[in-house]
Design a protein around this ligand. Structure first.
Ligand code: GRF
Length: 213
């Protein structure tokens, strides 16, 4: 399975995918492209170090957002991935891209959807709101991307307990380490091995009860 990974920042989720392919925990998968809307994203360095084709196009390089969106669609159509992975991607995915890859785009979100998600909930902001609300548990979610924001069918989730001493930064790091970097590679491996289907907006995973994560 060919995957294109879209990134905007540090790329630790991309690194988890690269490492998963290298150590065999992700099978039948190759990364054919890493794309970033942020030319300064360290994720691009990670791709280059791993010998993966890396492309960066900032929306600022284009006359309009529509032009950027058209360029993004063209780049993805040329790469022709079987799956598009949003790994810390902070650009809104245009409808034309969602339509071109129905149930073939997945996203990692740093909360237990439907809590603390949707417009404005990204990066550290998610964890700030979690601590502000005083919930006892948060975590991460991998879901298919549909035309909404963080609204597509849920594939995997993993809970992480909140500690009283948590700051947004400490919580973000623990959720990345204990949840994101585990369920995103696992979701990719499941999809690469045809164990994931979507029916009536719900995800069915073959032998789900045998999974431990
Ligand atoms: C992660 O917390 C991810 O859940 C969110 O953005 C952050 C990206 O981190 N979407 P990285 O670029 O993968 O290190």
């Amino acid at each position: 399975m060919k995957i294109a990974v879209l990134v905007s920042g540090g790329g630790t989720n991309l690194q988890a995918i690269i490492d998963g392919i290298d150590n065999g925990s992700i099978t039948n998968t190759e990364i054919c492209l890493v794309f970033s809307n942020n030319p300064n994203a360290y994720a691009l360095e990670r791709a280059k170090k791993a010998g993966i084709k890396a492309v960066a196009k900032s929306p600022k390089e284009f006359a309009s957002r529509d032009d950027f969106n058209a360029a993004l669609l063209q780049i993805l159509e040329e790469a022709a991935p079987d799956l598009v992975v949003l790994a810390g991607c902070l650009v809104v995915i245009p409808k034309a891209v969602v339509d071109a890859f129905p149930n073939r785009i997945i996203n990692i979100h740093p909360s237990l959807i439907p809590a603390f998600c949707g417009t404005g909930y990204y990066g550290l902001k998610v964890h700030e709101k979690v601590l502000e609300r005083g919930v006892r548990v948060s975590g991460a979610t991998v879901h298919f991307v549909d035309s909404g924001t963080d609204t597509g069918p849920i594939i995997l989730q993993k809970p992480v307990m909140i500690q009283p001493s948590d700051t947004p930064e400490v919580l973000q790091k623990r959720i990345m380490e204990q949840a994101e970097w585990k369920i995103l590679p696992l979701a990719i491996d499941l999809i690469a091995n045809n164990r994931v289907t979507v029916a009536n907006g719900k995800v069915i995973i073959e032998d789900y009860d045998k999974l431990s994560y």
